[in-house]
Design a protein around this ligand. Structure first.
Ligand SMILES: NC(=O)c1ccc[n+]([C@@H]2O[C@H](COP(=O)([O-])OP(=O)(O)OC[C@H]3O[C@@H](n4cnc5c(N)ncnc54)[C@H](OP(=O)(O)O)[C@@H]3O)[C@@H](O)[C@H]2O)c1
Length: 313
């Protein structure tokens, strides 16, 4: 099955993803839409799309578009997904899926009602490395704790610092350590501590402590103002697992309790293509979600972010 892909919001990530998808036989880079025809035409020329539209609605009116990739700022995901659904278009929407759980519920309820495919482009969920990690966990014995760090100086990026564009650390970066945590260890935890440093009205830095019913302790620090790195350590009774770039890693490293290197797993062919291939597979099977990132995971993630945001007050 070869599908015609339409992109709305030809910015940063749309460009990175188009470069990867151009090599996939399953996808035809068909149409791109921008609020400006000039931008759409220039993007389409660079990435080899067949059609360029100067409005999102024009792309949605094109009956040949099979799947729409929404790559606008998260402030607009709700509006753009609702617009896609009004044209009965299948959707793969960038993270953060929406601004809050309520918006996500509304989108997914309309999608379910109309039996239209929607998925969140949460890249981690689709990576071969995430499956491999689950198989590697027993090598470090009983899991005791996990520390996750994700800090990138992004205060110069407009959509990250402006509240009306969905700014803040939780929605931009926090989705990754939060998703990684519940995807790896499950959902049976509570928030025991959270602190949020504000810059004007956005969450600039967030520190979080979670406690699982089975005793696993998770600590994370997320920042859009400091370069803290992007890594995690999972500590077990027989060693630890260290992963850089844990959202889409190149390697997973295991050490014993004396910090001797035990194993490096680095044969992953990670990439953004998997979320699109999974979407095509779901469409082929007339499903409204992917098994990798089911709607309940999107709703859980958005609900968790809502809960953490309550610690602002
Ligand atoms: N999966 C990942 O690894 C990853 C990485 C980076 C970003 N993202 C996510 O992808 C989304 C887009 O991020 P980005 O960095 O690509 O953003 P960006 O470069 O700022 O591009 C966003 C595009 O959205 C369109 N847009 C529509 N309404 C807008 C508005 N009111 N203000 C600004 N732009 C508007 C613009 O296109 P036109 O004006 O031309 O229509 C713009 O080019 C975000 O939700 C982000 O979290 C995901």
């Amino acid at each position: 099955m070869r599908i015609n892909l339409g992109i709305i919001g030809p910015g940063n990530i749309a460009s990175i993803i188009s470069k990867e998808l151009i090599n996939l036989p399953e996808i035809n880079l068909y149409a791109v839409a921008s609020r400006s025809l000039e931008r759409a035409e220039s993007f389409s020329k660079v990435h080899g799309f067949k059609k360029a539209y100067g409005s999102y609605e024009k792309l949605l009116k094109d009956e040949n578009v099979d799947l729409v990739y929404i790559a606008t700022p998260h402030s607009h995901h709700y509006e753009h997904m609702m617009l896609c659904l009004s044209y009965n278009k299948n959707i793969i929407c960038e993270k953060a899926f929406t601004l809050n759980q309520k918006e996500a519920e509304k989108v997914l309820s309309v999608a379910k009602q109309k039996h239209i495919f929607v998925t969140e482009a949460m890249c981690t969920a689709y990576q071969p490395s995430q499956k491999a990690l689950k198989n590697m966990l027993p090598l470090i014995g009983e899991i005791k704790s996990c520390n996750l760090i994700f800090g990138v100086p992004l205060m110069h990026v407009e959509r990250v610092v402006r509240k009306e564009l969905g700014g803040g650390a939780l929605l931009d970066l926090g989705v990754y350590p939060l998703y990684f945590t519940f995807s790896t260890f499950g959902k049976d935890f509570e928030i025991v501590d959270a602190s949020i440093k504000l810059y004007e009205d956005i969450d600039e830095e967030v520190k979080l402590a979670l406690l699982y019913k089975n005793g696993i302790k998770v600590n994370m620090q997320i920042s859009v103002s400091q370069n803290l790195g992007y890594y995690c350590n999972i500590i077990g009774s027989k060693g630890r697992i260290y992963i850089e770039n844990f959202g889409m890693p190149k390697e997973i490293i295991i050490f014993d309790t004396n910090d001797n290197l035990i194993k490096i797993e680095n044969n992953f062919q990670n990439g953004y293509k998997y979320e699109f291939l999974a979407s095509i597979n779901a469409l082929k099977n007339n499903q409204v979600e992917t098994k990798e990132m089911p709607h309940q995971d999107t709703l859980f993630l958005m609900g968790l972010i809502d809960k953490i945001k309550e610690y602002k007050d």
